[in-house]
Design a protein. Sequence first.
Length: 367
Amino acid sequence: MSILAFRIFDAKPFGNGGERREAQLDEIYREVGVTRRYYGMHRIPLTIGMWLRSVRLIAQSQNRVIFRHIFTHPKAVYHYIKSWAWNVDELRSFFKTDDNMFVYEGSAAYHYPVVEEAFRRKKKVVAVMHNIESLVPGSRSEITQHYAPADFQNELNLLRKCDIVFMISREETWLMRLYGVNAYYLPYYPAKECQEWLFRIRAVREQKEPKEKRTFLVIGSAINAPTAIGMQQLVDYMEKLRLNVELRIGGYGTAQHIHIPNDYKNVVLLGELSQEQLTREMIECNAILINQPPTTGALTRIVEAEIAGVPVVANTDSMRDYFNISGIYEYRTMDELKYVLSQDLQMPSIPPRPDSKLFIEAIQKTK
């Protein structure tokens, strides 16, 4: 079976959160024998006709609001028209096929014309959302120039037209259904290659003796603003706790975005970690510590820590689907964090692989 698809991330079992999610989807597709033909953005020599067809494509989409900013943000308007001038002909030929199924694996409003072209071509549209982009705190739309959550209605308008939508968290599924979107929950679960790595870590941890000094691993991409803010809050607070614990911080951008004063004795900045270094840190730590401000999407590293047998200590805003699970500990305030870090932390059980039956049925049902 062949379907049409669009995605914004490559599939990488050990990549960032979006790439890990794509690796999960790739595995599901392979298991049921579905092949995909992906639409990709291109850059080719432009003609006047391509510029005009780009303007028409945008004018037919809900992203036509960008034209209101032609005088206030002329560069943004120019670059958006140019990006679709490169791609408008390819986009229209992409949908000239007997394949009736289109899967949108994205979130950014920038790419709405792809989905809307699928609507015009009467394709069945299944959306797999990485998050609710219009609700990311502090984010600004390239299309409307509005800050979140001003464009939430635009995202709803698009998703309501989809035949079925799959969200990465229960909370976002509930919210979408509340606003009339035919939404269902498809949680993240690592691809088999990543699972095997996590099981190896678990096997070593099961034999490991506890260390006298407790260490807590903080990992994530500090290029992501909410992640960097949460990490810095932990650094600033840890020195006030006066506990015999060590905080070890690693991940993309941590060396550039996380500031640790020279006199901080119990905080170690690891910087970007190789797979080998991350393996060692996950084996040796007492738990993974998470402090994330409110945002959308879901953290892939929590379920991965469960599989690896690493306890998780997480603030309420980052917990999402992981409340009341053995081995995962919530703290609501920094004062509660001090108490949780002093407790004996249990190894979490291995979570079952989520049921993807509804998603499989959706992509196989072409009419």
